[in-house]
Design a protein around this ligand. Structure first.
Ligand SMILES: [Zn+2]
Length: 450
């Protein structure tokens, strides 16, 4: 299942990989040498034995680069495209890309063909995902066929272990259905993840309204998001059902969430890597490669999103990894598909947000990429983000502080619609381990071009 691609930089100065498979060992038993756990204390060797961290010993190697071990990342918002759009992504390629990004758990959205809107469809997706390079936790649709007309069988899906419900790709517009769904979740557990987009405000908008004139296309105003978020917060507060706001994009949505938390409403929120880095002006300049829903916003919004992530108002980072074949992206603004691939490049963007005075707060990174998404997604018991002796060997290792350049041809997603080709980042996932199995290993890396 694991595919390999050639390493592209020909001018690499090779550094010995920290992963050493002992000649006499089994593939279930190996040592990761010379890492720091969450940037703390001395170098250690992580001994992986039969799927668990067997021992943590004093480090016996001093790699040239700083290597930081983090708990495996959890993506609460992924599009794997299977079934129905396997030309864009499959469970195999999407989870392979996830592993390359340091992820060990992904929550695929339900907007596949057919839609994941029944226990049968959930079980089918779980069966397809057996042996994949990350654990797959299917999200169930909130309404049948994402049609916004009738709620799915929430109780049966909860009994089948579904933790997240979402019509993502579509907004659940009906006040009454949001009320009924959150009332059911208050009683039976689980969380509703809303794609907040007022159809009657946004209409055919494709780019931030503030730059729509410059781009010559229809504007998507921030209030189209904020109006839905405000309503949903009111309903979550009244019913006690848990609301999770997908891909927050505006500073005023941040204000609403801050208020919701201040009054104890059961509300959590996510932000994507691209909304933390790219602006509406970038979208005007670079075109439909940067067409995404909700759209990229202003510099002021980016600043607000970053500080909300740092102070916990926004709980977590989710990628909204949205693969599309090239022919769907290279179209005029009105016709091109929304979305970009992002799961392989999330870590360096988040690490940059958590960098203060040249130092990365790796605890903060682990909080927003691992423990918080695991908690909101209801898999904290599975994911065990503790990196202690006896816990599941489920972690990633980041090469910290060394520049590398994103080469789209070296990415593992089946689609090439990354907006970050040619970007130089400073932190890179070089190893991912899931329950003791190596799901990604960057065999050699260089000190300059990545
Ligand atoms: Zn969405």
């Amino acid at each position: 299942m694991r595919s390999t691609r050639p390493d592209h930089g020909a001018k690499m100065s090779k550094i010995e990989h920290p992963l050493t498979l002992p000649a006499t060992g089994t593939k279930d038993s190996f040592v990761v040498r010379g890492v720091r756990i969450l940037d703390e204390g001395p170098l250690v060797d992580l001994h992986v034995e039969e799927g668990r961290i067997g021992q943590i010993m004093p480090g016996t190697a001093t790699p040239d680069a700083m290597l930081v071990a983090l708990p495996g990342f959890v993506d609460l918002h992924t599009h794997l495209r299977e079934p129905g759009a396997e030309n864009a992504e499959t469970v195999a390629t999407g989870t392979r890309a996830a592993a390359a990004g340091g992820y060990t758990d992904v929550f695929p959205m339900a907007n596949t063909q057919p839609v994941t809107d029944s226990v049968l469809r959930v079980e089918q997706l779980r069966a397809r995902s057996r042996g994949a390079d990350s654990r797959v936790h299917p999200i169930a649709a909130a309404t049948y066929g994402l049609a916004g007309k009738a709620l799915v069988d929430v109780v049966s899906l909860r009994n089948a272990g579904v933790t997240v419900f979402s019509d993502d790709g579509h907004c659940l517009s009906s006040d009454g259905l949001v009320y009924d769904l959150l009332s059911l979740l208050a009683e039976h557990g689980g969380v509703f993840a809303q794609h907040a987009q007022s159809a009657s405000i946004v209409r055919d908008g494709v780019i931030n309204a503030e730059v729509a004139r410059d781009a010559g296309c229809q504007g998507w105003p921030g209030v189209g998001e904020e109006a839905i978020v405000a309503r949903d917060i009111a309903i979550a507060r009244a019913t006690g059902g848990r609301l999770h706001v997908c891909h927050v994009s505006t500073r005023r949505t941040v204000e609403l969430i801050r208020w919701a938390k201040s009054v104890g409403a059961p509300v959590t929120a996510e932000v994507t890597p691209h909304h933390l880095l790219l602006s509406d002006r970038d979208a005007v300049r670079r075109g439909t490669a940067l067409k995404v829903n909700p759209p990229l916003r202003s510099r002021e919004d980016i600043v607000a999103l970053r500080s909300a992530l740092l102070d916990g108002t926004i709980d977590l980072v989710a990628t909204d990894h949205a693969p599309h074949p090239a022919e769907k992206k290279s179209l005029p603004w009105a016709a091109a598909a929304f979305g970009m691939t992002s799961i392989e490049t999330a870590l360096p963007i988040v690490a940059d947000v958590f960098t203060v005075d040249g130092r990365v707060d790796w605890h903060g990174v682990a909080r927003v990429m691992s423990s918080e998404p695991a908690r909101v997604g209801g898999i904290a018991d599975v994911q065990q983000a503790c990196l202690a002796v006896g816990s599941s060997a489920t972690f990633s290792v980041v090469q910290a502080g060394t520049p590398w350049v994103v080469q789209p041809s070296a990415l593992f997603s089946k689609s090439d619609n990354t907006p970050f080709g040619g970007y130089e980042f400073r932190n890179r996932v070089v190893l991912t381990v899931l329950e003791g199995k190596v799901t990604h290993s960057h065999k050699v890396w260089d000190a300059g071009l990545g």
